[in-house]
Design a binder for this molecule. Structure first.
Ligand code: V47
Ligand code: SF4
Length: 371
């Protein structure tokens, strides 16, 4: 395959291609050059090499469902179509019993993971959120609980007067297995002040994930792209994640999240094209050489783009979800009731030329499906 990488017209790109072929890390300047100068076919080729090196011909998914406990949120991120302040007629929240009822609906289904993320509720404390984990754990001991973004964690832990380490250790005792990647948005401080000024700082987001990793709680990382950022902001974001991963090794997957414009305060920014989505998957795959997995979150980008993303560096399609999330449908995603059967996901993966693998939350193989 690397023979195809000779005679690239641009010497800078040739040097980067040689580095990728030789398994050498590319610099932030080189990452930026890829975003700015590389054509999509070259990016696909390079990301394909990096992807196959890490994950061979496999593409992963899991069987999961979401619980979104509330849309009440103390923050007011300008890109968010989901949140409402407490007291707003369109605000809502589930009681713990109602959330347990959601878990019970899956009693006869072979799901392996519950993903819990919602707004930052103004008044529940860490013990309320901890006891939810404990009740889920008691009801379904084997399920992996991936819960609470760093932003929700920051609020509940700070309110409790605990240190990040104490708060995370307590939640782990209650049943927390891993942390989802939300709340990272874009780390550049100037942009962050514009798009989510009240939110957990970038430094704190990274500190929470670092501490979690030190406590044996692995996590994911996201990047919200396609709004008012430029390529240098994306490279800055990826560099901060790559640096932390060098130190802890605790990230399972990186998930680029495409900004969706419906019904939020940043609609003026519009949405980027599918070509830009693929470019972003590819550069992320090439640049994040210490992340094992790049996830294409299909409820956000659609099934078709999720399939193509596998050829541009992604190796994971998240899960079956079973119509349990609204965050993206409210922001304008074409997936209004996101749910896929195992057969649906396997078909997408096979159509893209890869071997479907059902994984657990830590990417251990559960079942490899024949091609
Ligand atoms: O942090 C909110 C994003 C995130 C919009 O870890 C938006 O496996 C685009 O983090 N357009 C929460 N994005 C969701 C999240 C996530 C999703 C799937 C898997 C995992 C995982 C984590 O949703 C927020 C924010 O970045 N978001 N509004 C919007 N209009
Ligand atoms: Fe709240 Fe999350 Fe929406 Fe920000 S993105 S307003 S923290 S629900």
């Amino acid at each position: 395959m690397t023979g195809l990488l000779k005679n690239i017209h641009n010497p800078d790109l040739q040097k980067i291609a040689d580095k990728v072929a030789n398994e050498e890390r590319i610099t932030p300047d080189e990452g930026l050059r890829l975003y700015q100068k590389a054509e999509l076919p070259l990016l696909g080729l390079l990301a394909g090499i990096a992807r196959r090196r890490k994950n061979g011909n496999y593409a992963f998914f899991n069987r999961n469902f979401h619980i979104e406990p509330t849309n009440k949120c103390v923050h007011n991120c300008r890109f968010c179509s989901y949140h409402r302040p407490e007291g707003d007629p369109l605000s809502w929240e589930y009681s713990q019993d109602e959330m347990l009822d959601i878990v019970k609906k899956f009693d006869t289904k072979e799901v392996t993971e519950v993903h819990i993320v919602g707004g930052v509720h103004p008044s529940h404390d860490i013990h309320y959120w901890g006891s939810l984990l404990q009740r889920i754990r008691e009801h379904r001991p084997g399920i992996h609980i991936k819960a609470y973004s760093a932003v929700e964690l920051d609020y509940m832990i700070t309110r409790s007067g605990m240190s990040v380490r104490e708060g995370l250790a307590l939640l782990k005792e209650y049943g927390l297995d891993s942390i989802p990647g939300g709340g990272a948005e874009i780390f550049d401080e100037t942009l962050r002040r514009k798009i989510c000024p009240e939110k957990t700082t970038s430094e704190k987001w990274l500190a929470i994930h670092k501490t979690a990793h030190e406590l044996g709680i692995s996590s994911n990382a996201t990047m919200l792209y396609g709004h008012i950022e430029d390529y240098s902001h994306r490279i800055d974001h990826l560099t901060r994640l790559r640096d932390l991963q060098d130190r802890t090794g605790g990230f399972n997957a990186f998930i680029p999240l495409k900004y969706k414009m419906a019904d939020n305060q940043m609609s003026y920014a519009g949405e980027v094209s599918m070509i830009e989505d693929l470019k972003n998957y590819a550069v992320s795959r090439i640049y994040l050489d210490n992340f094992a997995h790049i996830k294409a979150y299909w409820p956000m980008i659609s099934r078709d783009v999720a399939g193509i993303s596998l050829i541009f560096g992604a190796d994971d399609l998240d899960g079956t979800i079973d119509d349990t999330t609204r965050i993206y449908s409210m922001a304008g995603s074409e997936e209004k009731n996101p749910a896929m059967t195992t057969d649906d996901i396997c078909r997408i993966i096979r159509d893209a030329g890869f071997v479907p693998v059902e994984r657990d939350s830590l990417y251990n193989f559960i079942h490899t499906f024949a091609l």
